[in-house]
Design a protein around this ligand. Structure first.
Ligand SMILES: [Zn+2]
Ligand SMILES: [Zn+2]
Length: 302
């Protein structure tokens, strides 16, 4: 049994702890493999990104820790990279130049309908309502279309390793104050986007943060989306989007339980330099062996 987590922030961006403190805590908590994913610097004002001048130091420090602790834990270097059309993407030169082990592509910003201003989606209910009104002329359907089109565009054009918090759009939509995610229209957008993820071999993240912070009763993506992902055979990895070392395994047991209830038997992890499926156990993954579904079905037949 082992844990893995590839969505971890630190003092380099909007996280609380320094990298080494996180590594030591991860070892104590039985992690087999972790990945750091600081918010990539970008030329749009926001409260979370790493500063440009820290990027090289961040990459160097992760690499030093990787070799210092290699006998105890596997450490991977990544970035959470925003996708904002014509501004930043997981395929921007600043990202490619770092020769990362993985990227998490996320959409926190959208160009408004008029195309002259970007709006951030995760800064509170009031800001979200203002975005719908000002940026999308009070048309929730336009917001939904733009959001999922942006995720698809990100995946197709920059092929992130992982697609992070797939339905971030719902973050401030508690009680369906702006839109109803059960409509056929919303679900069709979801399905089209999942198909693009599948076609481009990206991994879908199950992000537990909203759930353990109490801002959502569900994970991101929602259970109905995870069901569709299973039908489409999309690889899923469980991350906590930790902003402190206490959050390294927050709600992870719940997440694996949720996946198993839906019907997933395995989830993906980056072990020994490659992404592979591993059998889901009660508390995490069996990282001793890569999971081979064919071996099981041969056994059942014979
Ligand atoms: Zn994010
Ligand atoms: Zn994050």
């Amino acid at each position: 049994m082992a844990l893995t987590n590839y969505h971890i922030h630190s003092v380099y961006d909007d996280g609380k702890d320094d990298l080494e403190a996180i590594v030591i805590e991860a070892i104590h908590r039985g992690f087999k493999s972790i990945g750091f994913s600081s918010h990539c610097p970008m030329p749009v004002e926001n409260s979370y990104s790493m500063k440009y001048e820290k990027l090289a130091q961040y990459c160097q420090e992760v690499r030093i820790l990787k070799s210092k602790y290699c006998k105890l834990i596997q450490i991977y270097l990544g970035l959470e990279v925003d996708f904002i059309e014509n501004v930043i993407s997981p395929a921007s030169p600043i990202v490619l130049f770092q020769q990362l082990d993985f990227t998490i592509g996320t959409v926190h910003f959208l160009w408004g309908k008029d195309g002259n201003k970007v709006y951030q989606l995760n800064t509170g209910t009031d800001a979200f309502l203002k975005t719908v009104k000002e940026g999308f002329h009070s048309n929730p359907a336009a917001l939904i279309r733009t959001y999922f089109a942006s995720v698809r565009r990100m995946v197709e054009s920059s092929k992130p390793t992982i697609v992070g918090h797939f339905d971030l759009l719902k973050m401030h939509n508690n009680g369906y104050i702006v839109f109803d995610s059960d409509t056929e229209f919303y679900q069709a957008e979801v399905e089209n986007t999942l198909k693009v993820i599948k076609a481009n071999n990206s991994i879908l993240e199950l992000n537990t943060r909203g759930f353990y912070k109490g801002t959502s009763s569900e994970f991101s993506p929602s259970e109905s989306i995870l069901r569709k992902a299973l039908e489409l055979n999309i690889p899923v990895t469980v991350n906590t989007d930790a902003h402190s070392r206490d959050e390294l395994d927050s709600a992870m047991t719940n997440a694996y339980e949720c996946l198993r209830e839906i019907g997933f038997t395995y989830a993906y992890a980056l072990i020994d330099g490659a992404w592979n499926p591993y059998f889901i156990t009660e508390y995490g993954l069996n990282t001793e062996h890569v999971y081979h579904p064919t071996i099981l079905s041969e056994g059942a037949n014979g």
